[in-house]
Design a protein around this ligand. Sequence first.
Ligand SMILES: *[C@@H]1O[C@H](CO)[C@@H](O)[C@H](O)[C@H]1NC(C)=O
Ligand SMILES: *[C@@H]1O[C@H](CO)[C@@H](O)[C@H](O)[C@H]1NC(C)=O
Ligand SMILES: *[C@@H]1O[C@H](CO)[C@@H](O)[C@H](O)[C@H]1NC(C)=O
Ligand SMILES: *[C@@H]1O[C@H](CO)[C@@H](O)[C@H](O)[C@H]1NC(C)=O
Ligand SMILES: *[C@@H]1O[C@H](CO)[C@@H](O)[C@H](O)[C@H]1NC(C)=O
Ligand SMILES: *[C@@H]1O[C@H](CO)[C@@H](O)[C@H](O)[C@H]1NC(C)=O
Ligand SMILES: *[C@@H]1O[C@H](CO)[C@@H](O)[C@H](O)[C@H]1NC(C)=O
Length: 765
Amino acid sequence: MLRLFLFICEALLLLTTVVGDIYLHNPRGSNNRLDEQTRERANANNLFDSQNNDRGGYNVGSLYYYQGSTLSVEWTNQHSCQNPNCHCEIILQYMCDFRVRDGATTQTIPANRAQCENYDCDMDRRYRMNENYAYYSECSVRERNKGLFTADQNLNNRNTARNTRQNPAGTRRGYECPEERDYYPYWHPSPWVDIAVMTDDVSRCSYYKAESQNVKEKWACVLPMADMEALNGKIILPNNKEGCEAYQFPKNVNASSKPEWKSFPAHGVPPPDCRETEYSRDNHLGNGYGGHPNMYNWTIPSYLEHEHCVLRVRYNISTSDYPSWATNASSNNKVNMADKFGFSSESAAKDRGYVFKNNPVVTVFGNLTLNLRLAIDTAQFGRVFQDRSHTFAVRKRPDWLQDTAIYNLNVRGKRGNIVQVYPAVEYDFVPNNLEVASGDYVHIQWTGSNTNPNNNDGQGLAGTDRSNIVLLGSQVYPEGIENAKSRGINYGHYGVNYPMSIDNATFLSLSEEDALTLAFLDPGQFRGEVSELDDAGTYFNLPPRKVTQTGTYHYMSTRNNNFSNRDQKGRVTVTSVAYKTQAIGKMGGTIALQNGIAKVTVDEDTFDSLKIVRLERLSAEEGEQVLHEANRKLDEGDSYASGFVFIYPDELIGDQKDKAFTLEMKLDKDSNNVEVYYAATDLSVWSKVEARIQDGKATIQARSGGVWVARQHTNVGMIVGIVIACVVVIAVLAGTIFYFARNPGKWQAVRTNCRNAKRSMHSHV
Ligand SMILES: *[C@@H]1O[C@H](CO)[C@@H](O)[C@H](O)[C@H]1NC(C)=O
Ligand SMILES: *[C@@H]1O[C@H](CO)[C@@H](O)[C@H](O)[C@H]1NC(C)=O
Ligand SMILES: *[C@@H]1O[C@H](CO)[C@@H](O)[C@H](O)[C@H]1NC(C)=O
Ligand SMILES: *[C@@H]1O[C@H](CO)[C@@H](O)[C@H](O)[C@H]1NC(C)=O
Ligand SMILES: *[C@@H]1O[C@H](CO)[C@@H](O)[C@H](O)[C@H]1NC(C)=O
Ligand SMILES: *[C@@H]1O[C@H](CO)[C@@H](O)[C@H](O)[C@H]1NC(C)=O
Ligand SMILES: *[C@@H]1O[C@H](CO)[C@@H](O)[C@H](O)[C@H]1NC(C)=O
C-alpha cells in the first residue's frame, strides 16, 4: 500500500514538475552571458528572459556565414519534445540590425535614456542590445492582450504588454517585450524574422505560416517617440484599431498628437519552415535518437547580407493538465478539473484540492486524510524558455563561390569537464558527422574564449579555449574496411588518438599549406608557442575549401583530445554520390537531386511522423559494386536503363496503408522495354514494380524506402515481333488448309486457273 502510494506520488511529481531550459550550442548561445570568468552568468536579465539555469551559455565570440551556406543549428532542451509527456514547440528566428551588438558590460541596457551616452541607448555600444529602445517603449505603453489565459496569476492593475502570466510583474530584460516573448505568432510587430517552427502539432502549421510577420503586416497603436517616452507609466494605448482611433488622453496628460493605428510591413521573406520536432527524452537535456543532439540545418537566406545578426531559439512547453492552446481568459481561476480527473463536479474536485492554482494540496486517496502538496506554479505551466546567439555576420559570396554548396563546420562547447561546463557542453565539432558531395565547399571556422573559469579542466593555458584539426591515424590492426568506390577510402579511426603520420594524406586532402594552417592555426598565429596552441587567438577561419577526393575522414583536435577523460573528434564523408537529406513529416515535402536525376514528392498527411529522409543516386556501375559487396544480384533484364536510386530509411509510411509517395527517376536510355525493379535497402529480394515510363523518366508510387533501378530487356521487341510473325504465318497457313479442306472444289478451281495461267504465259512467250 505504502509502495503504491509512493509510486503514485512520484508519478504525480514527475507529471507536474516542468523544468524546461533550452541551450543553444551552435551558433554559441549566450544565455545572457558575456565573458564572465565565473561558472554562473553575471546577469540573467542582461538581454532577454531565458528562464534557463545560470550556468548555461558560452562566452562571447562571433563567426560569419556565407549566403546560402548550410549551418547546423544545434541545441539541447531539458524536458522533451515529440513525446507524449508534454506539448512542445521550438521556434527559430533571426534579427539583423546595425545596432545589434554583444556589448562590453554585463549590465542591462538602461530604460532611461539619461543614463546612456548622448541620451541615446540605441547607440551606446557599452550595452548589449537586440531589440531597440523604440520597440520596448511601444511595448511599455501598449495594453496587454486581455483575452489571454493568466490562470490565477495576479495581474490586476498591471495591464501593459510587459505583464504576462509568466511575468506578471513585468520584469525587464534588455528591451525584450514580455508578451511577444511568451506568445507566438505575435499579433503586433516584432523585429524577429521566422526561420522555422517545429511543433508536436503540425495541424497548426498553416496558421503559423499565415500569421508569421515574414508574410503578414502587423499593426500597433503608436505615438511619436517623444510622447511615448514622456507618457510611459501614465497612459496605456489600446491594442486594437477601434480603441486606438477613439482614444482620449487622460485630462492631466499632454501629447503632441493623437495616437495612430499604424501598419508595420511584413518582413517580405518566405513563411517559416514548419514541421514536427524531433524526439527528445525528458529530463536528460535533450539528446535525441542515436544519442546526438537534435539540430536544424538552416540554409542561410541568400537575400540576407548583414554584419550584425543574432539567432533566437524558443522552447515552448505545456503539460496536459489543461488544453493550453484552447484555453483563454474565460478560464482564469476556473480551469475545468472535474472531467479531466474523473470527479462528478467541479466542487467535488475542489474539495479534494484539484484546483489549477499555485502549489495545491490534493487528497489523492479519498478515504485517507493524508494530503500531497504539488509543486505547481501556474506561471510556469505552459512556459517558454529561450536562448540567443552572440552576434554573427552573413556575407555575400565572392565570385569564386557562386553556385556552389557550402557547409559550415564549426566547434561547439567550452573548456571544462562535464560537471564544470554543464548545462553547456564539452568540445565537439558541429556537425559532428558531415557528409558532402565531391565538389562541394567546406567552411571551417570556430571561436572560443580566453576567460573561462581558470580552474576548469583542460589542456593548455588555464581559462582558454583552442581547437585545431588533424587527420586521425589508422587503426593499427587490419581493418579491411574499404568503403564502396563512391565513398572512397576510409581515413583514420575514431578509436585512435595519434594523428595520421603519412605525409601524403591530409584532412579532406586539402593542400599541405591548408593542413598546416588547420594544425597550427597559422596564418592567424605566426610562430609562437603552438604545441598546445596557447599563443594563437580565439578565432579561427579557413575560408571555404573545395573538397574533391572522395573518402571518409576522421579527424581530431590534438589539444583537447586528452583521452583519459575527453576527446574532440569528428568525421567528414566526401562522396561522389549525388544525395540530399531532409526532414519530412506530416506536412510533406520534396527532395530533388540536381538535374532531375531523382525526385521524391511527399504529399501532406502521407507520413505519420517526422523522418530524416535521405535520397541518393548511384551510377549503375557504383550500384553494381554495392550489390557485389553485399553479395547480392539482380538478374532481371539485360542492361541498366538508370542509376540506382536509394531512399532511406526503409520504414517511412507507418500504418497509413493506403498512402504512397512519388518517386521520379531519370532514365539513361530510350524508354523501350524498360522495367523498374525494387529491393529494400538490404538489397536481398528484387521485384518488379509498376512504373509509368514517360518523357525519359520513370514515375513510381512508393510506400517505403529502398532501392530502385530501371533495367532494359534488349531485343525483346524483335523476339516478340518474330513470335507474332510466326503466329500469323501459322494461323494463315492453318486457315488456308482448313478452307481448302472444307471446299475441295475451290482447290480444283485454283489448280485449273493456275494451269490456264501457265498456258497463257507460254503462249505469250
Ligand atoms: C475563449 O474560449 C471560449 C471557448 O473555449 C470561446 O467561446 C471564447 O470566445 C473565447 N474568448 C476569447 C476572448 O477569445
Ligand atoms: C506557447 O504555447 C502557448 C499555448 O500553450 C501559446 O499560447 C503561446 O503562444 C506559445 N508561445 C510561444 C512563444 O510559442
Ligand atoms: C500641458 O501643456 C500646457 C501648455 O503647454 C501646460 O501649461 C500644462 O502644464 C501641460 N500639462 C501637463 C500635465 O504637462
Ligand atoms: C480505500 O478505498 C479503496 C477503494 O475503495 C480500498 O480498496 C482501500 O482498501 C481503502 N483503504 C483504506 C485504508 O481504507
Ligand atoms: C543536418 O545535416 C547533418 C550533416 O550533414 C546531417 O547529419 C543531419 O542528419 C541533418 N539533420 C537534419 C534534421 O536534416
Ligand atoms: C589530461 O586530463 C587529466 C584529468 O583532467 C589531467 O590530470 C592531465 O594532466 C591531462 N593531461 C595533460 C597532458 O594535460
Ligand atoms: C600514401 O603513400 C603510401 C606509400 O607510398 C601509399 O601506400 C598510400 O596508398 C598513399 N596514400 C594515399 C592516400 O595516397
